[in-house]
Design a protein around this ligand. Structure first.
Ligand SMILES: *Cc1c(COP(=O)(O)O)cnc(C)c1O
Ligand code: SF4
Length: 399
């Protein structure tokens, strides 16, 4: 672990593994996309690969593509084989191993699509999968069955049918654009999608899920922010797993989004060897708050094919929440969730704070582990009406 991983420094890593003259193009997101590390030869030229990684890259070609923006690649520590950034984006041979409990579609999304590309699992909100491409690919991606476009299954969003479903389903008040990463679309294309959604009167809020502020902060241009701002109330959930991902560029991109009035939340995936300690999680959530991002969910790593080397036990997730709740700012504490299989939905997992229940009294545990009794008399049946000694059988007048 680098000392800076545990403090609140927002570092700049450019040009890092790239020649000095790359700085000239560094802030151009198109240059970043064109110069992604996406071949074995390019990767071997920049990192000393282990056999497990080399085999993983070959395997990735037909499963989930490898691609890493120069910005994100520079966060990799060249000398640390267990680097938490490396584990997220550099494939490993273990991805080819499917544990018996693992699935291609671990959350059962394909079972809840009224229209291809639209997942309607909860009563009042839908997940709209608008693209299968991302700026870089996360090896544990829960949607790797379709994301990156190299696997057997393909995302076939039916745009017109999806819009018509939304227009004719008044209980939907919240649309979450995801994929893939919607912020890879051009400003113009996104503007058209958002305008079409905004024309639906019953849609109260629009949300975008994006890892672009972390993988490609250069994409968060003033023009993009000005366009997004026209479609309020619009929320954005980013995806950050490790404090090192919050670079000075990411911090500035998040400030631009926040200044455009977009409430920001963060989703993290709990990953073995990446962020499976209270110290790293605490540093992460503190830096997120400094960027005006509210930690939203901490996900148990879904049972996606070939991800067991990155998964922790559920108890480890609970221990992280125990290490945060009460020990730091309440705003900093995400909700730990398991996204249940076969479309069961997100299930909140909390440390046990109710130790015992007795009629009218609970035994509770505080953040320091202290037990105490707490009266809960409102849960008891109402007490009998007090009897007046002089009038033992009061008669209520019917007049
Ligand atoms: C996560 C998710 C949502 C959004 O859930 P929130 O708890 O409201 O953030 C909506 N639809 C699907 C299918 C999801 O997986
Ligand atoms: S950014 Fe999101 S959708 Fe894209 S690969 Fe990572 S987890 Fe999957």
């Amino acid at each position: 672990m680098r000392p800076s991983d545990l403090d609140s420094s927002f570092l700049t890593h450019a040009p890092g593994h790239w020649p000095q003259d790359a700085l000239e193009h560094w802030d151009d997101y198109k240059w970043q996309l064109l110069n992604r590390v996406d071949t074995l030869a390019d990767l071997e030229g920049r990192l000393h690969l282990s056999d497990a990684e080399r085999a993983g890259v070959v395997l990735a070609g037909t499963k989930l593509a490898m691609s890493v923006t120069p910005h994100f690649f520079n966060l990799i520590d060249r000398d640390d084989p267990g680097c938490p950034i490396r584990r997220q984006v550099i494939p490993r041979v273990e991805e080819g191993w499917k544990a018996p409990e693992e699935l291609a579609d671990p959350c059962g999304e394909d079972l809840h699509m009224p229209v291809p590309g639209l997942v309607h699992r909860y009563p009042d909100r839908v997940l709209f999968l608008v693209t299968d491409r991302c700026a870089s690919y996360c090896r544990y991606c829960t949607r790797s069955r379709v994301v990156s476009g190299v696997g057997e299954q393909h995302l076939e969003t039916q745009w017109e049918a999806a819009f018509r479903y939304l227009e004719t389903t008044p209980q939907v008040r919240d649309v979450l654009l995801s994929g893939g990463d919607p912020l890879l679309f051009s400003d113009d294309r996104l503007d058209k999608i958002l305008t079409r959604l905004r024309a639906i009167p019953h849609l109260q809020i629009i949300r975008i899920g994006s890892r672009i502020p972390i993988f490609l902060p250069q994409r968060i241009t003033p023009a993009l922010c000005a366009m997004l701002k026209k479609h309020h109330p619009l929320f954005l959930s980013i995806h950050t797993n490790h404090p090192r991902e919050l670079t000075s560029e990411a911090r500035d991109a998040l400030a631009r989004l926040s200044d455009a009035g977009i409430p920001l939340g963060n989703q993290s995936v709990l990953l073995r060897g990446v962020n499976d300690s209270v110290a790293i999680q605490k540093a992460l959530v503190h830096k997120l708050l400094m960027c005006r991002v509210r930690p939203y969910y901490l996900y148990q790593c879904d049972l996606i094919n070939g991800s067991s080397h990155l998964r922790t036990s559920i108890a480890e997730g609970v221990a992280i929440i125990e290490g945060l709740r009460g020990h730091t700012t309440g705003y900093a504490v995400p909700q730990f969730v398991i996204d249940g299989p076969i479309g069961l939905g997100k299930i909140a997992i909390n440390p046990n704070s109710i130790i015992d229940t007795a009629p009218g009294q609970l035994t509770l545990r505080n953040f320091e582990g202290k037990l105490f009794e707490y009266p809960d008399t409102c849960a008891l049946p109402p007490p009998p009406v007090a009897q007046c000694q002089r009038h033992p059988n009061p008669v209520i007048s019917a007049k």
